[in-house]
Design a protein around this ligand. Structure first.
Ligand SMILES: *Cc1c(COP(=O)(O)O)cnc(C)c1O
Length: 366
């Protein structure tokens, strides 16, 4: 844009709500000193490449990208409905579950409304809420990185339209307990929508984790949110979905951007559901790496939250930026969050091993 001369000022009216919207900080690309393999462990991506069957489906579908995708996402919706044993009318797809969550906020919130969620949690939450003009009501996590569901229930007011529960919580890792979540839902007024964000569901092994789909079946105000970006390894294609009762699902279709789920994403998601047995082997491998790394870090003396996802959380406080820089020096691009801590994705074994090596000495410095 050099030389246009017009970039300096504008008198165009932009929405004042945008002034409060924080920028989304994406995970940085991998970078490393010469001779060191770089690993990007900053975005909770799946380290495995696409399955041959998924790549084949995408390659075949690439021949038709001159056509619009199926706007109703019919085949994927029916495949999901069959797999989840819910009516197809309850499935709403979108460009990533972030896209679906945007549809949910659009459908429920106006200026002056409130959205209750835990903090720190997924950084898209305050962005999407403030874009709508509603106010985020952020309830601090407990000391062990879990949701404080009592405090969240107490934070609900007449202005609350939406509650977001992230289980497992990104970036700290714990799930909410099944009994605690049921008791919480009993306290939420039935005209307030509750979203259970299960982006990391497939990695969960805790016996007391909730069955969110069952909670959805029992309660008209509960929506389950899921994604193909993490366990299914399709982050680059952008597809996720909600399971919502019919009137809510209909509202979410109205707030969707037309044709938002592209044709490659649609076929890749179906192929991935069909190949879940193969994907599950990889998920189990990542879960066993998570358990191994958590145990090794605890043996180093770290006091870490019980992650049920594909990442671990280091509550570093003021040392957050320095620890992230030390990881970077070693070729590991991690995700620092202000002065709260650092999130590191469980990835290739070599990256996980290197994380242990870097973390060891930091255990004692502080
Ligand atoms: C990664 C993630 C998502 C999924 O994002 P997509 O838009 O589906 O890629 C949703 N919620 C949380 C908490 C996440 O960490």
């Amino acid at each position: 844009m050099t030389g246009s001369g017009f970039e300096a000022t504008t008198r165009v009216h932009l929405r004042t709500a945008l002034e409060a919207v924080p920028a989304y900080t994406p995970g940085k690309p991998a970078a490393a000193p010469p001779g060191v393999t770089a690993y990007k462990i900053s975005s909770n991506e799946n380290p495995y490449p696409p399955l041959p069957s998924v790549l084949g489906a995408v390659t075949a579908a690439a021949a038709t990208i001159n056509r619009y995708p199926d706007m109703a996402v019919t085949a994927l919706t029916e495949r999901l409905a069959r797999g989840l044993d819910v009516p197809a009318s309850r499935i709403v797809t979108g460009p990533g579950s972030v896209g679906v969550l945007g549809q949910i906020v659009q459908a429920t919130c106006e200026a002056g409304d409130e959205v209750v969620f835990a903090w720190r949690s997924f950084e898209a939450y305050p962005i999407l809420v403030q874009l709508s003009g509603a106010s985020p009501v952020m309830v601090p996590l407990t000391a062990d990185g879990g949701h404080d569901l009592d405090a969240m229930a107490a934070a609900i007011t007449d202005r609350t339209r939406l509650v977001l529960v992230c289980t497992p919580n990104n970036p700290t890792g714990p799930t909410v307990g099944a009994d605690a979540l049921a008791a919480f839902l009993d306290r939420v007024p039935d005209d307030v929508l509750v979203v259970l964000d299960e982006a990391y569901l497939e990695f969960v092994t805790a016996p007391d984790a909730p069955d969110c789909l069952a909670l959805h079946r029992e309660r008209p105000n509960v929506v389950v949110l899921r994604t193909f970006s993490k366990a299914y390894g399709l982050a680059g294609l952008r597809v996720g979905y909600a399971v919502a009762h019919d009137p809510i699902a209909a509202a979410l279709r109205k707030t969707a951007i037309p044709f938002a789920v592209n044709s490659l994403a649609q076929v890749a998601a179906i192929a991935s559901l069909d190949a879940f047995d193969e994907l599950e082997v990889r998920v189990k491998e990542l879960v066993s790496e998570r358990e191994r790394i958590l145990a090794a870090l605890r043996a180093q003396g770290w006091d870490l939250p019980d992650s049920q996802a594909n990442f671990v959380w280091f509550p570093m406080g003021e040392r957050t930026a320095d620890f992230a820089a030390a990881c970077q020096e070693a070729g590991l691009t991690v995700r620092p969050y202000g002065t709260d801590g650092v999130r590191a994705t469980i990835a290739e074994t070599e990256a996980n091993e290197r994380l242990l090596e870097v973390a060891g000495p930091w255990r004692d410095r502080g």
